[in-house]
Design a protein around this ligand. Sequence first.
Ligand code: ADP
Ligand code: ZN
Length: 212
Amino acid sequence: MKLILLGAPGAGKGTQAEIISDKLGIPTISTGNIIREALKSGTEMGRAAKQYIEAGQLVPDEVVIGIIRDRLAEDDCRNGFILDGFPRTIPQAEALDRMGIVIDKVIDIEVADETIARRVSGRRVCLDCGATYHIDYKKPKAEGVCDHCGSTLVQRKDDQPETVAERLHVYHEQTEPLKNYYADCGKLTVVEGQEELADTTRLTLAALGENA
Ligand code: ADP
Ligand code: ZN
């Protein structure tokens, strides 16, 4: 299964991606995590991306398209994958098409902007393995500590309120048109994000024809 998860920043794409990944045994490819990883290890790509991420802007198309091209060529993507955070612009979607990659389904998780702003402020992330948590909705077993690797959880710089507003603006302007792009080829399913994580998961899995 080749799957794209669409939705505003903080709509819960990453969380759903992790769950589907475990269930179907296919990897999640998160451009956000790959870029943050590069930032942390100080590669040239990371240094180039830093100013964009911290301002809540998108990293240039050619950079993320390159990242995805390399990553999808790896062995573990043979039987399918979940794209979390890519494509985010029409040119990125067109690049994916040009790579000859045939996507099976696109799930769009819809959450109102007001809800997003509230949720994102409680988000915490593991700087080591990229796992995400929420101080109310998805608590780690021990406060401030990653369940997977034991590292410290932090708030992302771009999860501060001013940057979130800019990310939402960019989302509506550049990413939302992808809904029509994928609706036009009959691949889009819309899932209304729910208050409870488990309810959103049930709807997402149902959209894939899987049981919770
Ligand atoms: P979220 O989904 O919560 O917005 P991500 O971790 O997916 O967070 O992305 C964080 C940042 O990384 C984005 O604001 C953007 O700067 C950059 N980024 C990630 N994916 C892309 C992409 N496909 N195109 C351009 N920039 C991207
Ligand atoms: Zn971790």
